[in-house]
Design a protein around this ligand. Structure first.
Ligand SMILES: [Cu+2]
Length: 445
């Protein structure tokens, strides 16, 4: 048996390997689906760490094309952010790259491929990343990660292989015809009446927006995109999750023993079961008192808006849009020529990544980005490296987030403190939109 020196054994990080596998995704009776998965599973293995711990993974590329991993919502050093051409060179087939960084914030995050994202994420390269509170974790009976996703499958239960269909990219993006929770179409978890569950919802879909409701469950939102709310928010109406967004819920099971509780997806054709919770017993005679807030994450002070640098950004393009021309790879072109290049969208007059950032901010400076969505489609705008708050109409600030869902024709504004040095992507998380133009970046020096 070969000897491995203790120094090597102590420093060799755990491997995470994306590679093709077969998975029984469709119901029994259908063939297995060929997916791409981290360590043989999609969603990939749950990475769960304590707040402040160090995450170390050696990405070994088992695909036949380059790849990277982005740690969505984690305040990483820039070189660990996993964005090809901006923060690292993509990892070639058979090659490896070591990711290593501390995780400063507790909350619900996820990791996913960031090279050819529509295809790599769409084929299954994503997984949950859970950072547990260092202190004052909520009093719960179960902690459930629910990865919401959809898949575009053909009649043989195989993934539609064209990830660059203009009709999808120029509209709402690639919407699947097979919706899953944790890669199951019939996700079920036994619960007991009066139990309190923490549901960590993650929208891992390429483009689908999930409108959700609770049935037989009484719930509170305690965090958006990993970041705790100052006070739990009682769920009284539908919850809407854009691609890449997360919601942490505390829910009390109110349905009686022998009944069922549900996470319901409010589709156009009515309510569909997104996750079923059969109530198998009664845990206690009474419910717990209302929950308290999660402990805040450190170092997220909001700056002064009055002296902030403002970088307005207009989103244009798409089908039925008004975009006439934009800059593509540094060259001005008309919309018709853009379409020929597979580019349908522009942000601040540019399609795709450019040499110059949307804004250059000094460390500690507050930045405001008023966003005008001059298109007839919603977009889920994601800022890497830092969380932002929404500037609301009355001067109030919204919750801290890393991804903002902006409806068609809507104007919204975000503000953040530029406190993480480096070049950070700012893009639409409808992945086909990003691939067809919706990418900008922010420089912090
Ligand atoms: Cu978009």
């Amino acid at each position: 048996m070969p000897l491995i020196g203790p120094a090597i054994a102590a420093t060799a990080p755990k491997v995470i390997e994306p590679k093709p596998v077969s998975h029984q995704l469709a119901p029994d009776g259908y063939p297995k689906t060929a997916v791409w998965a981290y360590d043989g599973a999609s969603p990939g293995p749950e990475i769960r760490l304590g707040q402040g711990a160090r995450l170390e993974r050696r990405l070994v590329n088992g695909l036949d094309q380059p790849t990277t991993i982005h740690w969505h919502g984690i305040r990483v050093p820039n070189g660990m952010d996993g964005v090809p051409d901006l923060t690292q060179t993509a990892v070639a087939p058979g090659e490896s790259f070591d990711y290593a960084f501390d995780v400063p914030d507790a909350g619900t995050y996820w990791y996913h491929a960031h090279w050819a994202s529509p295809e790599q994420v769409g084929r299954g390269l994503h997984g949950p990343l859970i950072i547990e509170e260092a202190e004052s974790a909520p009093d719960i009976d179960a902690d459930l990660v629910l990865a919401l996703d959809d898949w575009l499958l053909n009649e043989a239960a195989q993934i539609e292989p064209n990830f660059a269909i203009p009709m999808q990219m120029s509209h709402g993006g690639r919407i699947g015809n097979f919706v899953t929770t944790n890669a199951r179409h019939d996700f079920t978890q036994d619960v007991q009446q009066h139990q309190r569950l923490r549901l960590r919802l993650i929208n891992m879909a390429n483009a689908r927006i999930f409108p959700l409701a609770l049935q037989g469950l009484d719930g509170w939102v305690v965090a958006y995109d990993g970041m705790p709310l100052a006070q739990p928010e009682k769920v009284t109406s539908e919850l809407v999750m854009g691609p890449a967004q997360r919601i942490d819920l505390l829910v009390d099971v109110t349905a009686a023993e022998g009944g069922e509780a549900y996470l319901v997806r409010l589709d156009d054709d009515g309510g569909m079961v997104q996750a079923a919770f059969p109530v198998t017993a009664r845990a206690s005679l009474t419910r717990r008192p209302d929950p308290v807030a999660l402990p805040p994450n450190p170092g997220h002070a909001m700056g002064t808006l009055g002296s902030a640098q403002t970088a307005p950004m207009k989103i244009e393009g798409g089908a039925m849009g008004r975009l006439s021309r934009a800059s593509v790879e540094g060259r001005e072109m008309g919309f018709r020529e853009m379409i020929g290049q597979g580019q349908f969208w522009a942000m601040a007059g540019q399609a795709g990544l450019h040499d110059t950032p949307l804004v250059t901010a000094s460390m500690g400076e507050t930045v405001r980005i008023p966003i005008e969505n001059d298109t007839v489609f919603p977009h889920a705008m994601h800022l890497h490296g830092m969380h932002f708050r929404e500037v609301l109409g009355d001067g109030a600030m919204g919750p801290m987030r890393d991804t903002l869902l902006i409806a068609a024709r809507e104007r919204r504004e975000i503000a953040f403190v530029a406190d993480n040095p480096g070049d950070w992507l700012f893009h639409c998380h409808m992945l086909g939109h990003a691939a067809s133009g919706m990418m900008q970046w922010v420089r912090v020096v």
